[in-house]
Design a protein around this ligand. Structure first.
Ligand code: TNX
Length: 449
């Protein structure tokens, strides 16, 4: 036990740990059949996820400034209910998140996962107070959202995926329904169209995007860096307008992710110009662009956000962008890439960022991760699940769980109320929540060593 961490007076293993929990005098609340009686009030400060919650014998009440806090309060009640034997001691909780952006990215491009799985992902993310579902919707291996003006994208590159699997795509109605479903649970869906690399699926569907005017073959391998769009081709700008425009229309909220990673077929000048073109386009369409870290040196407008991912790369350009006023989302591969193997025996996953066990996902501080990164530039933290090796729903959840709970606590909980030893003690109880939802999970030794 870290001596600076006050020991919680009750052992309700809430994850993420709340700022403050006090036991009250008075009898416990006994959860009724059909769930806890919960009532409360929310104003309308939409983005503020703070809340207070009181459990008393006659019911559970919360107060929150807005819908985000209400969603967080409901997540706490779901855990209080699922982690106790149905008798919740009288208590109050005062809680608020550390970071504004608490995300989970799911790659539906390498292997496709449809609305039924994504609703389970949303439910799980909400249970851990995450507020962003980032969907990686396009990559070399497939195109997963409809673009009205370019139906060939989903017609031709919907039914392709890694290893020649059946693929699939989200219809506009699917995306609208998922966005609404997520919104009701406190999450914003941020769609990503990966540009200008990771675009073999677009080059396969639309011949005119290729320099020789000939459609590329479908790509079902897992290499990266072998595809790019080129601004010097006549059709590219119109394609970008249509594809980014459709994604802007299909999602609510302020953000669209436009990639920018692993481009190896453009000169530096061509790459920087491409990023600036897309940055201006997204801003003109009324959203804030999010880019992977490689785009940092190109960015012109401080509304644009940089997402750090490559824990093997020098972060100097990310730091420089933050010093110029850009906000940064932290997704360090060696902490938050949940497609990394847990250990050398893990069947699924990759290892380029190392082995990532639960403690690696948990035991780090975003504020000190990147030397020189101004703390006030940190918008938040995002876990990522890339799906090159992930084929089934059980594959997916067994990589997310238990590590997603660890990243969620990093993103939500104040440093004063969290420590690895306490988390490792609390975590095993959560298996009951996952089992109740039928979610696969990986059992890890959590010795605290
Ligand atoms: C790096 S993260 C990638 C992805 C891969 C991932 C696999 C990023 C921006 N690019 O294309 O799927 O590694 O871990």
């Amino acid at each position: 036990m870290n001596p600076e961490i006050p020991e919680s007076p009750v052992s309700i293993p809430l994850v993420p740990a709340p700022r403050r929990l006090d036991l009250l005098d008075g009898g416990p609340y006994v959860v009724e059949q059909g769930g806890a009686m919960i009532s409360g009030t929310a104003g309308d400060a939409v983005g503020d996820a703070s809340y207070t919650l009181t459990v008393a014998a006659d019911g559970i009440t919360y107060r929150a400034p807005g819908a985000a806090g209400e969603a967080a309060a409901r997540a706490t009640v779901a855990q209080l209910t699922g982690l106790t034997d149905g008798t919740i001691p009288a208590l109050t909780i005062e809680d608020a998140p550390r970071y504004a952006w608490r995300g989970l990215m799911i790659d539906v491009a390498r292997h496709f996962f449809g609305p039924a799985t994504l609703r389970k992902v949303i439910d799980l993310a909400a249970l851990y107070k995450l507020n962003v579902l980032h969907l990686h919707l396009t990559d070399d291996q497939g195109w997963r959202y409809e673009v009205d003006r370019r139906p060939e994208l989903t017609e031709i590159s919907g039914p392709t995926e890694v290893d020649g699997g059946p693929g699939g795509f989200l219809t506009s109605a699917d995306l609208a329904e998922l966005t609404a479903y997520a919104g009701e649970r406190g999450l914003t869906v941020v769609g990503e169209i990966d540009l200008p690399g990771h675009t073999a699926a677009a080059l396969h569907a639309i011949p005119a995007l290729n320099a020789d005017g000939v459609a590329r073959e479908a790509y079902t391998g897992i290499d990266v860096g072998h595809s790019t769009l080129r601004l010097d081709l006549a059709d590219t700008a119109g394609f970008l307008e249509d594809a980014v425009g459709a994604l802007v229309e299909a999602t609510v909220g302020d953000f669209v992710h436009v990639g920018g990673d692993e481009v190896r077929l453009l000169t530096r000048e061509e790459y920087l110009a491409f990023v600036q073109h897309v940055e201006a386009l997204v801003l003109r369409l009324g959203k804030r662009p999010v880019f992977w870290q490689e785009a940092a040196p190109a960015l012109q407008d401080t509304r644009s956000i940089v997402q750090l991912w490559d824990s093997n790369a020098d972060p100097a350009e990310v730091v420089a962008a933050a010093q110029r006023g850009h906000q940064v989302i932290l997704s360090p591969g060696n902490r938050t890439y949940l497609d990394m193997k847990y250990d050398a025996d893990t069947e699924l996953g990759q290892t380029w960022a190392g082995l990532v066990d639960v403690r690696d996902s948990y035991d780090w501080d975003p504020d000190t991760l990147v030397p020189g990164l101004p703390v006030e530039a940190i918008l938040g933290v995002e876990a990522a699940l890339w799906t090159e090796t992930i084929r089934t729903e059980d594959d997916l959840f067994s990589m997310l769980l238990p590590r997603l709970a660890a990243v969620a606590e990093v993103a939500w909980s104040a440093p004063e109320v969290r420590a690895w030893e306490a988390f490792a003690e609390d975590l095993p109880a959560h298996a009951a929540l996952w089992d109740a939802r039928g979610l696969a999970h990986t059992t890890r030794p959590l010795t605290g060593d």
